[in-house]
Design a protein around this ligand. Structure first.
Ligand code: 5RP
Length: 222
């Protein structure tokens, strides 16, 4: 993890934004730098409205006086800038390390230009060293864990500060190790069909650009 690489990627991503747009604000330590810069641009006169992907990001946006919109009042989002836990050259991602995968995926699904920002350590040949976060209805946690096991997934219930972690929607997260994943798109489809799964952290065909901070350079993968 390299903080300067995150900052460089974030600064490149915000250069895509212009006045009049609706912007999706991602969640996590890399998205933080983009949100902070957007706050600065708003203070300097940029006119946008933003949709946060988590309560943590909403708080940041409010702190920096970024105008917010209600997702239920809009049709599409022009640009979303978000982070990732892992990505590959096919622009497939694992997200949800910060627990915001459901809102992140909803926002991505109505975004025209989904821009992922990351430091170079997040790039992998094959996804799967990072466990796939799976958001589940609490009632279904055990049943889903058993189904995941049939797919060769080893599920661990996420715990934070000694208590079962709850998402912004009040759900649980199972962090699931599938080993290195040969076919993320097929696995994503399998996960889509498990009753009790609200959403999972495999993002397939959602990213349009990945901006990678690599040393003092940035690389744009499309
Ligand atoms: C949150 C996410 C984040 O984008 C992901 O965890 C990356 O975070 P960071 O930039 O802190 O490494 O998916 O749910």
């Amino acid at each position: 993890m390299n903080e300067q690489e995150k900052i460089n990627a974030a600064l490149k991503a915000v250069s895509f934004i212009s006045s009049g747009q609706t912007i999706g604000l991602g969640t996590g330590s890399t998205a933080y730098f983009a949100i902070k810069e957007i706050g600065r641009m708003v203070r300097e006169g940029l006119q946008i409205r933003a949709i946060p992907t988590s309560e943590a990001t909403r708080q940041l946006a409010e702190e920096w006086k970024i105008p917010l919109a209600n997702i239920n009042d809009i049709e599409t989002i022009d640009i979303t800038i978000d982070g990732a836990d892992e990505f590959n050259k096919k622009l497939q991602l694992i997200k949800g390390g910060g627990g915001a995968l459901l809102r992140e995926k909803i926002v991505a699904s109505i975004t025209r230009k989904q821009v992922i920002i990351a430091d170079a350590s997040k790039q992998v040949e094959k996804l799967g060293a990072f466990k796939v976060p799976v958001e589940v209805v609490p009632f279904a946690a055990h049943a889903v864990a058993r189904k995941l096991n049939i797919l060769n997934g080893v599920a661990t219930l996420r715990v934070k500060n000694g208590s079962t972690y709850r998402t912004d929607q009040g759900n649980y997260i199972l962090d699931v190790s599938f080993g290195l994943i040969d076919d993320p798109a097929s696995l994503a489809k399998e996960l889509d069909h498990i009753t009790g799964v609200v959403e999972h952290g495999l993002f397939i065909d959602l990213a349009d650009y990945i901006i990678v901070g690599r040393g003092d350079q940035v690389e744009v993968i499309t």
